[in-house]
Design a protein around this ligand. Structure first.
Ligand SMILES: Cc1ncc(COP(=O)(O)O)c(C=O)c1O
Length: 235
């Protein structure tokens, strides 16, 4: 019989429905929080309740690439769950708020057992020493993170204001991007081409079953203004 679970709801995860989809074949559950491309955030209490219900032989990967952008009260506390859940792996990236995307480096934190297994399949020479040195230094660069977060918060407001003004639907985002809805796929692709022609690269997200939506990255004020200029010139 087909499962009638709806693991996605209001562009977010429905973890109760995830539980219904677990079968003897399930080996890994991957949750990006905040999520991409929707930018939604799952409450901490929902994740911890979920962890307590998932069978312990299933690996749960919590991808927290955007955590540094969150307000203090929203920030993840998943590291504190690691002592209890050996089947939890938390991944973080240096590509977002740390601003080191070009160095191709991130990290995972998990139990000895899980890290040991990952080490066995890890490719040799996968992260170079310059990237490692820069990444480690950036962990202490609180000022940079504060600045990244501030620029992102201001940019988000700047873009939200314009979407509101133009009556374009968007999903309130906890990440460094916003997905917005142009109503239908043809219109979305027209906007995409128009922006591209003018040097603004946004992302069509049909492959997430959101064909009428585009995702724009939040940039610096001037970059956002360029996006806004070409968005407005087409509406
Ligand atoms: C949710 C999420 N996780 C991880 C990544 C990967 O980032 P990177 O491979 O640059 O570390 C991305 C990138 O867009 C992302 O959106």
């Amino acid at each position: 019989m087909a499962l009638k679970a709806k693991p996605q709801e209001d562009f977010g995860h429905n973890l109760d429905e995830f539980l219904k989809l677990i079968s003897e074949k399930t080996k890994l559950i991957f949750i990006a929080n905040p999520n991409n491309p929707t930018g939604n955030l799952i409450e901490k209490s929902k994740i911890s309740a979920f962890l307590s219900k998932v069978p312990k032989h299933i690996l749960i990967v919590l991808d927290e690439a955007y955590d540094e952008y969150l307000r203090d009260e929203d920030k993840s506390i998943a590291f504190s769950w690691l002592a209890e859940y050996k089947n939890l792996l938390i991944s973080r990236s240096f590509s977002k708020a740390h601003g080191l995307a070009g160095l191709r480096i991130g990290y995972g934190v998990g139990s000895k057992e899980v890290i040991n297994l990952m080490n066995r399949v890890r490719q040799p020479f996968n992260v170079n020493s310059i990237a490692q040195t820069a990444a480690i230094a950036s962990l202490d660069d609180d000022d940079f993170i504060i600045k990244s977060r501030l620029i992102n918060d201001q940019g988000r407001l700047q873009l939200e204001e314009v979407f509101n003004e133009l009556k374009i639907e968007y999903i309130p985002s906890y990440g460094n991007f916003i997905s917005f809805n142009l109503g239908d796929e043809t219109k979305a692709m027209m906007y995409y081409q128009h922006l591209l022609k003018n040097g603004v690269i946004v992302r069509p997200i049909q492959n997430y079953e959101m064909p009428s939506w585009l995702r724009v990255s939040i940039g610096l004020k001037d970059e956002n203004n360029t996006f806004i200029k070409y968005l407005k010139s087409f509406t």
